[in-house]
Write a protein that binds this ligand. Structure first.
Ligand code: BES
Ligand code: MN
Ligand code: ZN
Length: 497
C-alpha cells in the first residue's frame, strides 16, 4: 500500500472515500464537525435518524453529502471519547481498512490521525495508522494454491492533517512507519512459513537476499564446520538431531560512524522445536514452527533500520537450527562444552533455546558491543506469567532495561521486567557440569535468563522472552510481528530521532 499526507479544506478533498470518526452518543470528532458545517448540518441529520451512535465497531457509509467533494464518507464509531486511546485507535484502523479493502475504494483519505490525546502523540498516531493498517490487510497466501483475488483492493491511503505546521513531523513519522511496517511484514512472512520450507538454510538465504539489496549491509553465514572450529559445542549439540545443518547468520549494518560501538540483536532461530528426545506432546506442536520468531524479528528489524537509514551500527545475529529426536540427538544427561568453555549438563533436551543462544552470545564479544539484546521464544512459563500481552524483559543493566520498557510503552508493543537476582542462580546447579540447562519448577522464565546471564558478563545485555507475544494461537493463528515495534522504537530513540 502507498501512504501519503494530505492537507487542505476537508470539504474540498477529492477522494473516493473520506474516513471520519464519531464518538459515542453521536459526538462529532473535530473533522466531523467541520464536514457537518460544510454540509449545512447534513451529517447531524443523518445521525439523528439513528443508524449509528458512535459506539466502537460501528460503521456507516454515506454517499454524496451536499457541499462535500468526497464521493463517500465512511463514519467509524470510536466509542467513548474519554476512553479513546491507542488500543481503540488501532482497532478502528484495523476494521476500517478491512472494509475499505473489501468493498469501497482503491484510494481513501484517513481523517482520524489527529484524534490524539496526552499520552498518544501525532507521531505515534501516524505510526499506529500504518502499522495497524498493515496488520489489518495482512494475509499469508504463500502456501495456498489458489487465492481469491480482490478486484478493487485498497491501494492508497492519505492521512489527513488539519494543521500544516505538523506536516514535516507527520511526514517523518510516516516514512519511519512505512519502514517499520515493511520490516514487520517480513518478520510475519518468515514466521508463518512452515518448518519444512523455513529451515535454517532458508533463513540464511533470506538474510543474504537482504544484503544483496544494500551495500551497507554485510551478511555472513557460518556453517557447522566453522562453528565447530569456534567451539560452539552447545549450539551444535542441538542440531545433531536434525538433518538440516545449523547456520549462524550474521548481518552487519553500518549506518553509524565507523568507530561507534554497535548495538547487537541476537534472535533465536529454532525453525522447528519438537523438543528433541525430551519430546513435546503432540497437541499444538505445529506452533513450534514459530520458535524462530526471535530470528525473524532480528531480520525484520535490520530491514527496517536500513529502510530508515538509521545512523547507527547494528548487528543482527541469528543462530538457526532445528530441535528433533534422532539416533544422534542430544540425550538427557549429556554434557556439552560451550564456546565460553563452560560445561552444561543437558537435563532436558527441550530447553534448547538457551543452548543455541549461549554460543551466539559468546560470539558477540568480538563486536565490542554498546549493548546486546537477545529475543527468543524461550519459555512456556513466560506465557503463564505474562500472557500474550507483554514480552518478558530481563537485563543485567537497569538503564538498558528502562530504555526497552519505554520503547514498549511508546509503541504499545510492551514488555514487563522480571527480576534477575542472584538468588535464582543456584537453581541451575549441576552435580556433573558447570551448570544444568534447566532450573527446576519455579520461575522458569527467570532461570532461563539466569542461564543466559552466564554468557553475557562482558557487555550490557537484555533478554526479551517473546513466547507469549510473537504469535497468536487458535482461529486467528498467525505471527504478530512483535517485538519489531518495540525494537525499532528503541533504535530510533538511541539515534536521538
Ligand atoms: N520453544 C520453547 C518455549 C515455548 C513453548 C514457547 C511453548 C512458546 C510456547 C522452548 O524451547 C521450550 O521448550 N522451553 C521449555 C523449557 C523447559 C524444558 C525448562 C518449556 O518452556 O517448557
Ligand atoms: Mn524447546
Ligand atoms: Zn524452543
Amino acid at each position: 500500500m502507498e501512504y501519503s499526507i494530505k492537507t487542505g479544506d476537508p470539504a474540498k478533498l477529492n477522494t473516493a472515500c473520506l474516513v471520519v470518526g464519531i464518538f459515542s452518543k453521536r459526538q462529532l470528532s473535530p473533522l466531523a464537525q467541520q464536514l457537518d458545517k460544510s454540509s449545512k448540518g447534513a451529517l447531524q441529520r443523518i445521525l439523528k435518524r439513528g443508524d449509528m451512535n458512535g459506539e466502537s465497531g460501528q460503521q456507516l457509509l454515506l454517499y454524496d453529502l451536499p457541499g462535500i467533494q468526497a464521493e463517500r464518507i465512511l463514519l467509524i464509531g470510536l466509542g467513548k471519547q474519554r476512553d479513546f486511546g491507542r488500543k481503540q485507535y488501532a482497532k478502528c484502523v484495523n476494521s476500517a481498512v478491512k472494509s475499505l479493502n473489501q468493498k469501497h475504494a482503491i484510494e481513501a483519505i484517513w481523517g482520524l490521525s489527529e484524534l490524539v490525546n496526552e499520552d498518544f502523540s501525532l507521531t505515534q498516531a501516524v505510526r499506529e495508522t500504518v502499522i495497524s493498517a498493515g496488520a489489518g490487510l495482512y494475509q499469508f497466501n504463500e502456501t495456498k494454491s489458489e487465492v481469491k483475488k480482490n478486484q478493487r483492493p485498497l491501494k492508497r491511503l492519505a492521512l489527513f492533517l488539519h494543521d500544516r505546521r505538523h506536516l514535516k513531523a507527520a511526514q517523518k513519522a510516516l516514512y519511519q512507519a512505512v519502514a517499520i511496517a515493511d520490516g514487520m511484514e517480513l518478520t510475519k512472512d518468515l514466521a508463518n512459513l512452515p518448518g519444512n520450507i523455513c529451515t535454517p538454510g532458508y533463513l540464511a538465504d533470506q538474510a543474504r537476499k537482504l544484503g544483496r539489496n544494500d551495500s551497507r549491509l554485510k551478511v555472513r553465514i557460518l556453517d557447522e564446520k566453522q562453528m565447530a572450529k569456534l567451539g560452539m559445542g552447545a549450539l551444535l549439540s542441538v542440531s545433531r538431531g536434525s538433518r538440516q545443518p545449523a547456520k549462524l547468520i550474521i548481518m552487519e549494518y553500518s549506518g553509524g560512524k565507523p568507530a561507534a560501538k554497535p548495538v547487537v540483536l541476537v534472535g533465536k532461530g529454532l525453525t522447528f522445536d519438537a523438543g528433541g528426545i525430551s519430546l513435546k506432546p503432540s497437541a499444538a506442536m505445529d506452533e513450534m514452527k514459530y520458535d524462530m520468531c526471535g530470528g525473524a524479528t532480528v531480520i525484520g528489524v535490520v530491514k527496517a533500520a536500513i529502510a530508515m537509514e538509521l545512523p547507527i551500527n547494528l548487528i543482527g545475529v541469528v543462530p538457526a537450527s532445528e530441535n528433533l529426536p534422532d539416533g544422534d540427538a542430544n540425550k538427557p544427561g549429556d554434557i556439552v562444552t560451550s564456546m565460553s568453555g563452560q560445561t552444561i549438563e543437558i537435563l532436558n533436551t527441550d530447553a534448547e533455546g538457551r543452548l543455541i543462544l549461549c554460543d551466539a552470545l559468546t560470539y558477540c564479544e568480538r563486536f565490542n558491543p554498546a549493548a546486546v539484546i537477545d529475543i527468543a521464544t524461550l519459555t512456556g512459563a513466560c506465557i503463564v506469567a505474562l500472557g500474550n500481552q507483554a514480552s518478558g524483559l530481563m537485563s543485567n543493566n537497569e538503564s538498558l532495561a528502562n530504555e526497552l520498557l519505554s520503547a514498549g510503552n511508546d509503541t504499545g508493543d510492551r514488555a514487563w521486567q522480571l527480576p534477575l537476582w542472584d538468588d535464582y542462580q543456584e537453581q541451575l546447579d549441576s552435580n556433573f557440569a558447570d551448570m544444568a540447562n534447566i532450573g527446576g519448577k519455579g520461575a522458569g522464565t527467570i532461570t532461563a535468563a539466569c542461564f543466559l546471564s552466564r554468557y553475557t558478563k562482558k557487555f550490557k545485555w537484555a533478554h526479551l522472552d517473546i513466547a507469549g507475544t510473537a504469535w497468536r494461537s487458535g482461529a486467528n493463528k498467525g505471527a504478530t510481528g512483535r517485538p519489531v515495534g518495540l525494537l525499532t522504537q528503541f533504535l530510533i530513540k538511541r539515534c536521538g530521532l
